[in-house]
Design a protein around this ligand. Structure first.
Ligand code: NAP
Ligand code: MG
Length: 402
């Protein structure tokens, strides 16, 4: 069989530890035998980030801007222990944060669903994709402890020095606490556009929720920005696609999510998204089955697994032990990127390959061959826990026989 040809490269961002090992195996076993892979390679492994003073991360992000599609391996975000372990020049920033800032993008997380691993919420049949606004609010707060008798005020000063002022509280009865939050229209607008773009890309309804009934200026601003951009730029496209944009109060959204069948995108403010994405990941089964895509407001895509570099497994692997690390989310990062590339470039064979490889991965698990993390979750009667490489080889066999 001839290998599938590509016309434009995808941007390939290699990473660290166990996921770096899986990365190479996935390419060797599941991709290179079928595709004449055109990729522009950036090594985001921690050693090379350190050697290049992290320039490689910035270059990779710029390349995604240029080519429109990237695929990223999990990477170490250094902490003090890593600085020592890798003898780093400095504590480099999170690569995901750097790429996200350059692309001005939003992260969407989507679980891979297989028969035999039932979500905790039994009526969920399809994935619920969650988007988290990743700027501001409590994550960029300013806060004080306040003493009894003190008064807290909110003061806004314009460029000429004129002020607007509101009393928050005079702490008459007790000591207390006070917190200042902010967000900026530009960031909320980018968030909204990324959400609308991705809803069109997935052809799924978009929900957005906040607490505008209580926060009549702050949260209401989010609601208005979404509504204005929808009306001006997306209403026609949504109607043509037969999908819906739907705003509701966060409390109502939570109730509807629990009762739903799934199959839509849920956009959340920063804190809601932080909490709800962890809840959804747990309820759907396993972090190892959670995929993630960064979408910019102008429609650039970077696909990755939601999990990290699986350090504990890597240390075993380095000692010569076999590990049963789950490669599913990383496989889906590759298929997501290749499908996107194929659909932008009009290469049908690439889109079909991606669909078939995902199907083969799911089928292999449903046939009872899986990594050990899934054994405990799966209700199948006949199941076999295998190591990572044997799992990849089993997927290849399924693929070849489809
Ligand atoms: P992690 O790599 O996601 O792993 C946490 C634990 O979850 C693992 O020890 C393992 O549990 C389980 N797990 C996660 N992915 C798995 C998989 N594919 N197959 C089987 N089990 C899996 O998180 P972490 O240990 O907190 O972080 C490790 C490194 O990853 C850190 O340096 C962090 O900076 C980085 N990180 C990167 C990203 C990213 O690049 N997007 C995201 C998060 C973290 P058991 O040990 O019980 O088997
Ligand atoms: Mg969280």
């Amino acid at each position: 069989m001839d290998k599938i040809k590509m016309s434009t490269p995808i941007v390939e961002l290699d990473g660290d530890e166990m996921t770096r090992v899986l990365w190479q195996w996935i390419k060797d076993i599941l991709i290179l035998p079928y595709i004449d892979l055109k990729s522009e390679y950036y090594d985001l492994g921690l050693e090379y980030r350190d050697q290049t003073d992290d320039k490689v991360t910035v270059d990779a992000a710029e390349a995604i801007k240029k080519y429109g599609v990237g695929v990223k391996c999990a990477t170490i975000t250094p902490n003090a222990q890593r600085v020592e372990e890798y003898n780093l020049k400095q504590m480099w920033k999170s690569p995901n944060g750097t790429v996200r800032a350059i692309l001005d993008g939003t992260v969407f997380r989507e679980p891979v669903i297989v028969n035999g691993i039932k979500p905790v919420v039994s009526n969920w049949e399809k994935p619920i994709i969650i988007a988290r606004h990743a700027y501001g609010d409590v994550y960029k707060n300013v806060e004080f402890k306040v003493n009894k008798g003190e008064t807290a005020e909110l003061v806004i000063t314009d460029e000429q020095g004129n002020t607007r002022k509101q009393t928050i509280l005079t702490f008459e009865k007790s000591d207390g606490i006070v917190q200042g939050l902010h967000n900026i229209d530009a960031s909320i607008e980018s968030f909204a556009r990324s959400c609308f773009e991705y809803a069109l890309d997935k052809n799924q309804d978009l929900w957005f929720s906040s607490k505008d009934t209580i926060s009549k200026t702050y949260d209401h601003r989010f609601k208005d920005i979404f509504a204005d951009i929808y009306e001006a730029e997306y209403k026609d496209k949504f109607e043509k696609a037969g999908i819906e944009y739907f705003y509701t109060l966060i409390d109502d959204a939570v109730a509807r999510v629990i009762r739903s069948k799934g199959g839509y995108i849920w956009a959340c403010k920063n804190y809601d998204g932080d909490v709800m994405s962890d809840m959804l990941a747990t309820a759907f089964g396993s972090l190892a089955m959670m995929t993630s895509v960064l979408v910019s407001p102008d429609g650039k895509y970077e696909y990755e697994a939601a999990h990290g570099t699986v350090t504990r497994h890597f240390y075993k692997y380095r000692n010569g032990e076999e590990t049963s690390t789950n490669p599913v989310a990383t496989i889906f990062a590759w298929t997501g990127a290749l499908r996107k590339r194929g659909s932008i470039d009009g290469i049908d064979a690439l889109v079909k390959y991606a669909d078939k490889m995902e199907e083969a991965t799911i089928k292999t698990i449903e046939n009872g061959i899986m990594t050990k993390d899934l054994i405990a979750l799966s209700t199948l009667e006949n199941k076999k826990g295998v190591n990572s490489k044997d799992f990849l080889l089993a997927i290849k066999e399924t693929f070849d026989n489809m």
